[in-house]
Structure formats: structure tokens, C-alpha cells
Design a binder for this molecule. Structure first.
Ligand SMILES: *[C@@H]1O[C@H](CO)[C@@H](O)[C@H](O)[C@H]1NC(C)=O
Ligand SMILES: *[C@@H]1O[C@H](CO)[C@@H](O)[C@H](O)[C@H]1NC(C)=O
Ligand SMILES: *[C@@H]1O[C@H](CO)[C@@H](O)[C@H](O)[C@H]1NC(C)=O
Length: 376
């Protein structure tokens, strides 16, 4: 079906007719100094490949994904490989919120909105609903050799109020830098929380490496958002002191692995939590990740207040060929997803006084810089 659609579209394009472009066409951008190059598809404004140099000067593709990117649409177990996630990333309790926000919005109360639930047996909305921004056909609006911009008009996707117009711009530059920025405007009051959901493996599955347990992680955060069994905030914070959440000094991700049973949900070993950054200046590095094996290091800075780190317990998807697929699959702990974002479900946690409501005159901006280097 999809293959047929591709033929039809290609033919139509060759006759110059105005047709919807195939959302899985690749756009490649490269830094002039060759330090980083990246590929994107307009579907979800998704990063599909990211090539950076290892300690021997050889480029590796350090993000997970598919060879056939149409699987971003068709894979029922899609792990959310590196798109822009919206209109509201992470979880919403019972898919319900009100404007103005309240602690326990009554289902039939005034200005109460219900978003389809798709997580934890229908008790939770994850990543903006069943067809969030990661599963929408964005439009390519401009590109240059080192930058690409996609646009999505969300006219009430999944039942959120009003229309949100978003532009996502991905730019690579000299010195090993990838910067992604998303700017959004709203036609009426609506919650907005976005993220870029990147799955990293800095060894790119070479040299016998299959998981990220020996990757080093450093997070400038002394608090983690406390959550219930559905990974919904309780309103409290966990002080990381003396816990396996303490990455203020770098630690191997797996250093305290036996203390992480059930930490990422029932039956799950590893991490799936949101760290609240301590740093006051946006320019400061919030999260760093590196591997001794490849020598590749990424330092991440962001204008967002928190970072979700998920060590991919539930991963089970055929790998890209460059990572040994399709014979081999991405499996348990094969990657770590690092997502710069706001406070989880602050729209149902008024005691935090975190304002995530946007409207005409109050625009949203998400920005994150990934700086690559090698540690020898
Ligand atoms: C959850 O939302 C649904 C509507 O989507 C509503 O019928 C139900 O009462 C809500 N549950 C709670 C506990 O508020
Ligand atoms: C996105 O594009 C794909 C492929 O052309 C198509 O099957 C799908 O229906 C489109 N999605 C939306 C929401 O328009
Ligand atoms: C972790 O747990 C496993 C299985 O329960 C055990 O075999 C192993 O020795 C433990 N490792 C450490 C470092 O305690």
C-alpha cells in the first residue's frame, strides 16, 4: 500500500502537479567542517540519522531509527524514534485537564478537555495522544545545506483547544553542533509542552557493544519528579542524594543497576524519570553523555527546566542496517532516550505554580543544543 502510494506520488511530482509530498523523503544537512551531519523526514520533523566522529575520526550514526522510515507511521509498537513530540509531551493524568488548571478536574466541569488515552491501560495520555505531533505530516518550509525548517498546523489535534502553529528548525554548525528550536503560537488558551525524543547509543552498536549500561551520564539536577504507579506526578520531588538518581557527579548508567528494579514502572529495570535542572543559566550544560568505547561525548544545553531520561527497557525493534539490522534488533537498554522538556503534567499539578498555558501574545519556544566532542 505504502509502496504503491510512493510510486503514484513520484509520478505526480514529475508532472509538476501540486501534491502532498511523501512525508518520508530524507533531507540531509551537514556542518561546513564535516563534524556533524544529520538526516530528517517531515513526518514528525523527525531526526533519522545523526553522524558524528569517534575518537579515531570515523563517523558513526549515534541515534536509533528505521531504514524504512514509513515504519514511523505503520509500526504499532513505535518507540518514538527522535521526533518532535507535542502538543503536550510526556503524561497527562486520565487525559484530562481544565483551563484554568485545577487539581482534580471534574469530567463534566467547565473548560475541561479530554485527550484520547494511550498508556497505562487507558488511564494516561502519553506524548499528545494517539496521533500527536510525532505522527503528523509536517511541511518542509525551507532548507539550506546546514539547516531545515518544518511547519505543523495543529488545528485541534486529539481534542486540544484551539489551533497551534509550530515551526521546528534543525541546524548543524562547525565544532560538532546540532541545534533544534521549535517556536509555537496558539489561537486560544492551551497547554503546550514539547520535546525532542532522541534515542542515543554513542557506540552505534560497534565493537561488540549492545547496550548503554557503560555510557557515562551526568545530570545537573538534585531533584527528580516523584511519580505514582502510572508515572503521574504525586506533586512531590525526590532528593537525589544517596539514591540511584544521583548523576550530579558522572556515573555509568548501569553503576547502580541492581537498585533500579521497578524504578521505571512495575517490572521495569532502569530509569524513566524526570530530573529538574538546578542550573540557572540556560547556556550551561544540563546533561552530558559519553562512551569510553567510541570516545563520543554529547553535552546538552536547553531552555527547558527538566529532562526525562528513559533507559529503554521496553525496546524491541529491528535495527537499521548500519546498526546490524534487520537480523539484530534494538533490545532492552540498547539506547537511552534523553528528552528536554517541562515539568510532567504540571497542568494537573497546580501546587507547583508552573504555568504551561499559552495564548495569543504568549508564544512557546523550545530550544536545545547538542555539542559533540571526543574524549580520548
Ligand atoms: C477520566 O476521563 C473520562 C473521560 O475521558 C471520564 O469519563 C472519567 O470520569 C475520568 N475519570 C476520573 C477518575 O476522573
Ligand atoms: C501522512 O502521510 C501519509 C503518507 O502519505 C498518509 O498515509 C497519512 O494519512 C498522512 N497523515 C495525515 C494525518 O494526514
Ligand atoms: C545484581 O543482581 C544480580 C541478580 O539478582 C546478581 O547476580 C548480581 O551479583 C548483582 N550485582 C551486584 C553488583 O550486586
Amino acid at each position: 500500500m505504502l509502496f504503491k502510494a510512493f510510486i503514484v506520488l513520484s509520478t505526480a511530482v514529475s508532472f509538476g502537479r501540486a501534491v502532498t509530498p511523501w512525508p518520508f523523503d530524507l533531507t540531509t544537512i551537514s556542518a561546513p567542517d564535516g563534524s556533524v551531519s544529520a538526516k530528517f523526514v517531515s513526518f514528525g520533523a523527525t531526526l533519522t540519522e545523526l553522524w558524528v566522529k569517534d575518537k579515531n575520526g570515523k563517523a558513526r550514526d549515534v541515534v536509533l531509527g528505521y531504514d524504512d522510515n514509513s515504519r514511523l507511521l505503520t509500526d504499532p509498537d513505535h518507540p518514538v524514534f527522535n521526533p518532535i513530540v507535542g502538543r503536550y509531551a510526556n503524561r497527562i493524568k486520565n487525559g484530562t485537564f481544565s483551563i484554568p488548571i485545577t487539581k482534580l478536574p471534574q469530567p463534566d466541569g467547565p473548560n475541561v478537555y479530554h485527550i484520547p488515552t494511550n498508556d497505562h491501560d487507558g488511564q494516561v495520555t502519553l506524548h499528545g495522544g494517539i496521533y500527536g505531533w510525532d505522527r503528523r505530516n509536517w511541511t518542509l518550509v525551507s532548507k539550506s545545506p546546514s539547516s531545515v525548517t518544518y511547519k505543523h498546523i495543529d488545528a485541534g489535534d486529539e481534542g486540544f483547544p484551539g489551533t497551534v502553529t509550530a515551526y521546528a528548525t534543525h541546524t548543524v554548525s562547525n565544532g560538532g553542533i546540532l541545534k533544534s528550536v521549535v517556536r509555537a503560537t496558539a489561537s486560544q488558551k492551551t497547554p503546550i509542552m514539547l520535546t525532542q525524543h532522541v534515542y542515543w547509543n554513542l557506540d552505534a552498536f560497534q565493537d561488540g557493544s549492545n547496550d548503554i549500561l557503560s555510557h557515562h551520564l551526568q545530570v545537573d539536577a538534585s531533584r527528580v519528579i516523584d511519580v505514582d504507579g502510572n508515572l503521574i506526578p504525586t506533586g512531590d520531588f525526590i532528593n537525589v542524594d544517596g539514591t540511584p538518581f544521583d548523576f550530579r557527579k558522572e556515573q555509568a548508567i548501569g553503576a547502580r543497576w541492581n537498585d533500579t528494579f521497578n524504578l521505571c514502572g512495575s517490572g521495569c529495570q532502569g530509569y524513566d524519570s524526570s530530573w529538574v535542572y538546578d542550573r540557572s543559566e540556560v547556556s550551561r550544560t544540563g546533561t552530558s553523555l559519553w562512551s569510553d568505547l567510541s570516545g563520543i561525548r554529547v553535552d546538552i544545553s536547553t531552555n527547558q527546566p527538566a529532562v526525562q531520561v528513559y533507559s529503554a527497557f521496553w525496546l524491541n525493534t529491528p535495527r537499521k542496517a548500519i546498526h546490524g539490522g534487520p537480523t539484530l534488533s534494538y533490545g532492552r537498554w540498547g539506547a537511552v532516550a534523553i528528552e528536554q522538556q517541562g515539568y510532567i503534567d504540571a497542568i494537573n499539578t497546580p501546587e507547583w505554580n508552573v504555568d504551561q498555558i499559552y495564548y495569543p501574545g504568549k508564544n512557546f519556544e523550545w530550544s536545545t543544543t547538542y555539542k559533540f566532542s571526543v574524549s580520548k
